[in-house]
Each structure stands twice: as structure tokens, then as C-alpha cells.
Ligand binder design. Sequence first.
Ligand code: ATP
Length: 235
Amino acid sequence: MRRLGIIGGTFDPVHTGHLIAAEEARDVLGLDHMMFIPARIPPHKQAWCISDAKHRLAMLHQAVDANPMFSVNPMELERTGPSFTVDTIRAIRTGYTVEDILFIMGHDSFHEIETWFQYQQLISLCRLVVVSRPGTPPVQPEHFSESIRRLFPHQVISLDSSSKRMDNVMTSPWRICFLIIAGLKVSASEIRFRVRTGRSIRYVVPDGVRQYIIDNHLYSEDSGGIEGNAYSAHK
Ligand code: ATP
């Protein structure tokens, strides 16, 4: 495989915003495959009740299994100890023959990148594709911290997914790409809120995921969850 895309997250639940972002990045950058890697949440971070890993994994399978270009990799869930993205990318590099790895994230995640464990190494091991996320402010070059400017000078590009597919882009040595997509203003927290308050989640999650949520009584008042700020697991 030449170019592998990876999207990590809590996926509680996976939603159409994730799927569109992954597909847009795969399509515009000509990636061969996109892997969804759900994060392991350490027990002490579960105060606000993130769903059990088995449910998050099952919903991901419901969402992506029909697409041969997409797959789910449970490696972080199976690992003990902290779940650092940089370790995941190293493990993928060891376990797969792949020329280029691209890690896909939303603007909101990129705003926090410098809090991620060994983020400089991460950006050296894989390229970052930062997709626009409606409702979160875009990252402007002037927002780049000094360290990113210093470490990756001239290695940041911007693309618009409405332009035609650009295979030649991949041959240039960029490390961070800002990709404007026709995204969806949807979040997992909003979906959980909708379920709890009896609102519709049709079309904001794939049908199989919606049915799974219903069948397993996820996110309802009596499922024991209390809403709070989402823990960002990819650090
Ligand atoms: P929560 O609302 O619980 O914080 P979330 O919707 O942000 O969840 P995550 O699983 O935390 O979902 O997100 C995984 C990755 O997908 C992150 O990099 C995030 O920025 C990105 N992402 C999530 N939703 C969207 C969206 N609607 N458009 C683009 N990127 C998204």
C-alpha cells in the first residue's frame, strides 16, 4: 500500500462528520485506504462516562464495514497503558508496508496539537491533514506557534476539496495540510444530547449506528451517563 490515511478519535459515536472528513481526505489526496482507530480511554478519564470500548468499536464496524476503502483497527483498545498517537503510528509503520501515512484530524484537534505527547516526532512520522470543521474556527498561519513554525518551515500547505484531485500534491514534501471540506456541523456530544432529549439522529449517523444506539440503549438518561467535556484521547 502506498498511502494510508488514519483517523483517530473517541468515536462515541462515530458520525457522518467523521465519515465525510475521512472520505474527502482520502479522495482529494488519492489515499489507498483509510483506517479508523478508536482511542482507549484510561479508566480514570471515564468520569463523564464514555461508552464502553466494545460499543464504540461495534458502531465503527456498523459505519465502515461496507466500504472496502475503510477499515477499523482496534490496536489502541487492545494496548495496555497510555494510548499515544505517536506510538500507534510507530506500530503501524512496523506492522504494515506503507510508503506514506497521513493522520487526519479536525481543526479543533489541531488547536491542541502541542499538548500531544511527542507531537514533533508525530509530525515527522506521518503527515497531518487538518480538515475544516464547521463551527470551529479555522487555524490561520499566524496562529501557528513558534515551535511549529521553526520545526516545519515551508512545509505547510492549504487545499480546497472543491478543486480537482491533486495527485501531484503528494510528491511535495509538506508535513501539514489544511484541507477545506464541505463538512458537516455535527459532533458526538451533540448526538448524545439529541438521544438523551429524544431528538432525531437519523442521517447524522449511519442507519446501522442509529439502530445500534437504540438496541443497546446508549446515551439515554438511564444509561448512567452524565454529560461533560469530552476527553481528548489523542495526546
Ligand atoms: P465529541 O463531541 O465527543 O468531542 P467529536 O465529534 O469531536 O466528539 P471525536 O471522536 O472526538 O468526535 O473526533 C475524532 C476526530 O474527528 C477529531 O480529529 C475531530 O476533530 C474530527 N471530527 C469530529 N467531527 C468532525 C466533523 N464534523 N468534521 C470534521 N472533523 C471532525
